[in-house]
Design a protein around this ligand. Sequence first.
Ligand code: NAD
Length: 267
Amino acid sequence: MNRILVTGAGGQIGSWLVPRLRELYGEANVLATDVRHLGPDFTEAGPFQVLDATQPKAVGQAVMRHDADTVYHLAAILSAIGEKDPRLAWHVNMASLEAVLEVARDQGCAVFTPSSIGVFGPDTPKNPTPQDTVMRPTTMYGITKVAGELLCDYYHTRFGVDTRGVRFPGLISYGAPPGGGTTDWAVEIFYEAVARGSYTCFLEADAQLDMMYMPDAVDALVGIMEADASKLVHRNAFNVAGLQITPEGLAAEIAKHRPEFTIDYDV
Ligand code: NAD
């Protein structure tokens, strides 16, 4: 693996992943792409191209010109925004994945696609949630992620495309802000603690969700793409997590450093 194209590179994950990939495989070998123009961090540190990942022809041309052998497909509409506009989430998430998989089939690329804990639903067993379990999500985002896992498995078994993925929990990072997911609160709370000294949370105080620090998430991502293919039992996608936190637990930690910090709940 040495020629890489990243879709949705300007988002929360891409802004950490692209520098890591450029460090590992060489700046010129990693083409960052996004539907919007990005700043100098992307455009000056290596190649960048505006690319709408829902357009198969454009994706095919970009992969061919860059001579890419691996696509990290990060372009997506996340859960909270997806619930505001479910048809947009279905369109972007499914059309872009299909475009990337078809190009990969045609041009012999490997594909990484992140799935999410959003694939689980109210009937899924909790703590620990098994790898193979009930997946009946109630959000459009979750539905696209279940469909995406199955589609990636299908392209592997039917066409031999080297598809791989992990089910990310909420990801905590600084830099690019989260892009409209259910777990964004775990990042926003830090910004609000600094800006306002307080935070209004839309979750119950004791709502517990899996989370992961972004550098660990990037390790998981690079690790699965570098793993020996013959050892992969579940290609799309492996459960991964770093920690479990509740709003009241995180607020208590923040208050240790900023005693004036307060949290209230608007559920
Ligand atoms: P994000 O919303 O921060 O970034 C998504 C990027 O995709 C944005 O830069 C956006 O401009 C771009 N984009 C949107 N539509 C596009 C299109 N048609 N063509 C090209 N680019 C387009 O998302 P993220 O947090 O970086 O997530 C990346 C992937 O990881 C997604 O598949 C997401 O579902 C998954 N994931 C993220 C988290 C998390 O906590 N961040 C957790 C689980 C899974």
